[in-house]
Design a protein around this ligand. Structure first.
Ligand SMILES: Cc1ncc(COP(=O)(O)O)c(C=O)c1O
Length: 370
């Protein structure tokens, strides 16, 4: 069961993997007896900053805390409005709530499942302070359009790149376009630290505020006894133990990214002319990396149960945020997300799947549709 493939025929939607490197690095941390945030965290931050070509990377406890801290560091709080897509993991909206600001939900572009720039512009009010484009499954939101809207109305951009680590568009990594970009290292991501997150920014002043906010308002951690606290702050430290796992995971990063592209390509080739299954495209040639392959499938729920019986595990898309109790609104305001989310599903995308496994999944889906 260790690799998520306990049975002979088991096709996981996702399966995190650890390598011997993680064991080695975690042992080093344990031997050092310094389990708190420390040198390994700094190394992890530096490696990520270098990989993404940004000035600053700040490690935190999760993607959710990364989003919250980025917004809070930009001064967003009560009575401000932040524009969020209706299709995302609910953490995006919850992080806005945590600042006291109001998440304003808008519809998506049906071709990319990312935030619709037209809907963003229509939702802007006097109170709007920021937009959070979410790069769903690693697919870039329309950054050209969103950046120019932000410029026109003087708004901040915090990219939710939780699912887009190392995905890029035309030579620039997702997460590095806006004022800040937020990543998640939860178990279903390309690299995982169990739970963990990272904020990246090129803004030196924002970096200083972020460091303070994540550690009780201290610019520098001392003994705790005679520390100087410049502001209110929190505890969102990522420990050496977690960072050691992250560093180990980075040692196989490029193989994983390559595998993710290969898996997506098998699916997209198989269903190129299908009338029942539409694989949502990735611009692989322009740098996008599919974390997971997502599809719009007719009779989705029946297909999902049919596959499940064969050990083929898919994941249905999130319900649109506007249908969830804390954010409830009328479906009529969100025609695209309402229509698409009952048909959207992630296909098995674990990087341990072999080509023949992915082909088997494709053939079973084809068999279902006769
Ligand atoms: C789009 C999106 N935003 C935010 C998050 C929150 O990240 P975390 O689970 O690390 O808090 C996730 C996922 O896990 C996500 O997929």
């Amino acid at each position: 069961m260790k690799n998520g493939r306990g049975k002979d025929r088991d096709y996981p939607w996702w399966s995190p993997q650890v390598t011997p490197k993680e064991y080695e690095l975690v042992r080093e941390v344990l031997d050092s007896n310094y389990l708190n945030e420390g040198d390994y965290t700094t190394r992890f931050e530096n490696e990520i900053a270098q990989l993404l070509g940004v000035k600053h990377a700040i490690a935190v406890t999760s993607g959710t805390s990364a989003l919250f801290l980025a917004l809070a560091a930009l001064g967003i709080g009560p009575s401000d409005e932040v524009i969020v897509p209706d299709v995302t993991f609910i953490a995006t909206a919850n992080a806005v709530k945590l600042t006291g600001a109001i998440p304003v939900l808008v519809d998506i572009d049906p071709d990319t499942l990312t935030i619709s720039p037209g809907a963003v512009e229509s939702a802007i009010t006097q109170r709007t302070r920021a937009i959070i484009p979410v790069h769903v499954s690693g697919r870039a939101a329309d950054l050209n359009a969103i950046m120019s809207i932000a410029k026109k109305y003087d708004l901040f951009i915090v990219e939710d790149a939780a699912e887009a680590f190392m995905s890029s568009i035309d030579g620039k990594y997702l997460g590095t376009f806006g004022n800040a970009g937020c990543f998640s290292f939860s178990p279903n991501k390309t690299i995982s630290t169990g739970q963990g997150g990272m904020i990246v920014t090129n803004d030196d002043d924002l970096h200083i505020i972020l460091r303070q906010l994540k550690d009780q308002g201290r610019p520098k951690r001392g003994t705790g006894g005679d520390d100087i606290h410049y502001s209110v702050g929190y505890n969102f430290k990522l420990t050496n133990l977690q960072a050691a796992i992250g560093l180990g995971q980075l040692s196989v990063l490029h193989n994983r990214l390559q595998r993710q592209k290969e898996i997506y390509t098998i699916y997209s080739d198989h269903f190129e002319n299908s009338s029942n299954v539409s694989i949502i495209g990735f611009k692989i040639n322009r740098g996008e990396i599919p974390l997971w392959t997502d599809a719009i499938i007719e009779r989705r729920d029946v297909v999902e149960s049919y596959l499940q019986k064969m050990g083929i595990h898919c994941r249905k898309f999130w319900y649109p945020i506007h249908t969830q109790k804390p954010y409830f609104q009328n479906d009529a305001l969100f025609s695209q997300s309402t229509q698409l989310m009952s048909k959207a599903m992630w296909l098995p995308s674990a990087f341990i799947l072999e080509d023949t496994d992915v082909e088997y999944v494709c053939n079973q889906i084809k068999r279902f549709f006769g």
